[in-house]
Design a protein around this ligand. Sequence first.
Ligand SMILES: Nc1nc2c(ncn2[C@@H]2O[C@H](COP(=O)(O)OP(=O)(O)OP(=O)(O)O)[C@@H](O)[C@H]2O)c(=O)[nH]1
Ligand SMILES: [Mg+2]
Length: 301
Amino acid sequence: MGFFDKIKAGLTKTREALSDTLGSVFSGFSEIDDDFYDELEESLILADLGVDTSVKAAGLLRKAVREQHLKTTEEAREALKNILADMLSVGDTALNLSTHPSVILVIGVNGVGKTTTIGKIAKQLVGQGKNVMLVAADTFRAAAADQLEIWAGRSGASIVRQHEGADPASVVYDGIQSAKAKDSDVILIDTAGRLHNKTNLMNELNKISRIVDRELPDAAKEVLLVLDGTTGQNGLIQAKQFKEIAGVTAIALTKLDGTAKGGIVIAVADALQIPVKFVGVGEQAEDLMPFEAKAFVEALI
Ligand SMILES: Nc1nc2c(ncn2[C@@H]2O[C@H](COP(=O)(O)OP(=O)(O)OP(=O)(O)O)[C@@H](O)[C@H]2O)c(=O)[nH]1
Ligand SMILES: [Mg+2]
């Protein structure tokens, strides 16, 4: 399956929900009037684009219809696709791996899919011939490092881990030394999603970040925030908190295969102005797609 078919399959639930609502807006109206825009807005909100982004999209469509003298709802549909694709294009969607090594710090609340996403990215990078190091800095649960080790085995990446309860920053320090010794191309750091409280978690992420900056001052560094697509607008609230504290540079939205609320991708990109770089559409290694705005919108509408 190519990218388009795969993303299309992964977005089936969202597309079905949208074609019920958005589809009936485009086919139910013979002319583009105020009622048309009202219903359009409503159906975008239902697909979890959020109120702000939906109102903005409808407003931009009004402008396009006026300026481009669009007459039919079919023309409006094409214009809407372009508008949504533009809203999704807020930066480079490729990971910045320009240095040797590069670092990807992966963060997000518990259960969103951090470890799985790391495993999938590792598999892709190893497939491209890169030397990949996984660092098990989630020492909060014993099983976390075991899970990462399974992904190291599946992907052909190396792994550095310590015992449960070890200081995550010290695991990161070890990981970086080992990556230097092994001449790794990319270091992927897995972090805990839950600690005793949120302040602890944020302090710990800061500490990890400082170690990376100190040991690899010139390295290209991505802070990849993983969000669970099924949590909809709650994910957006989480993202805003992480953005403030952790300097997020990229977003991965997981579990889009299990939700009718795939429109959250557009809400997140628009509200945060941080590029979505990956979408997860399943649990297997190949179910992580590098993000393409145009194809995503095509698959959605
Ligand atoms: N359907 C589906 N399941 C996913 C996807 N990504 C991750 N999962 C599943 O979500 C569950 C949680 O994934 P993890 O990778 O363990 O999440 P985590 O963020 O590392 O969790 P903690 O380490 O507990 O904070 C697992 O059962 C994964 O298989 C996806 O894109 N689609
Ligand atoms: Mg994990």
